[in-house]
Design a protein around this ligand. Structure first.
Ligand code: HEC
Length: 136
């Protein structure tokens, strides 16, 4: 080996060494986007979804403890109630003064007296807007 080829040999080694350092260098800067698939909210709302402003009213008024949208719980589902075809005024009146004879298969609902009329009206409007499934 003459001195010239030794020089190239060293240069070659240093380039090789640098290349190895770069390729094994661990943390290569990457975009911050996560590489796993991210669940997206479905674009279409499900029928049993409750608009958030109504949901918070139902929750704070304890309605959700006894009523679900599409399944009977302690009380009839809101879809079953919607199927009765009440007007909003009738629904508000029935919440404040339930008529247990309307639902013989259920225990009587206690009158709800602590919810503001305008909140009951919001709830009633939502109930009348529910899509009614084909049912008895
Ligand atoms: C402790 C359980 C319970 C709670 C809390 C409750 N309900 Fe009821 N609800 C019932 C039951 C049981 C019935 C069916 C028997 C009846 O009407 O008395 C009913 C019936 C109804 C009806 C139908 C009335 C009719 O005559 O057709 C509406 C409307 C209603 N509830 C709305 C509400 C709303 C709105 C709330 C919250 C402000 C609420 N309920 C809270 C148990 C409950």
């Amino acid at each position: 080996m003459n001195s010239k080829s030794t020089y190239f040999y060293h240069a070659f080694l240093s380039i090789l060494f640098a290349a190895v350092m770069v390729s094994c260098g661990g943390e290569t800067p990457q975009s911050s986007a996560p590489s796993y698939p991210v669940m997206k909210k479905p674009a279409t709302a499900k029928k049993s979804d409750i608009p958030s402003e109504v949901k918070s009213l139902l929750a704070k008024s304890t309605c959700l403890g006894c009523h679900k949208v599409d399944k009977k719980l302690i009380g009839p589902s809101y879809q079953d109630i919607a199927a009765r075809g009440y007007s909003e005024e009738e629904i508000v009146a029935l919440i404040k003064q339930p008529v247990p004879e309307n639902w013989p298969d259920y225990p009587p609902m206690a009158p709800i007296t602590w919810v503001a009329d305008e909140d009951l009206a919001t709830i009633a409007t939502w109930i009348t807007s529910l899509e009614v499934d084909e049912q008895e």
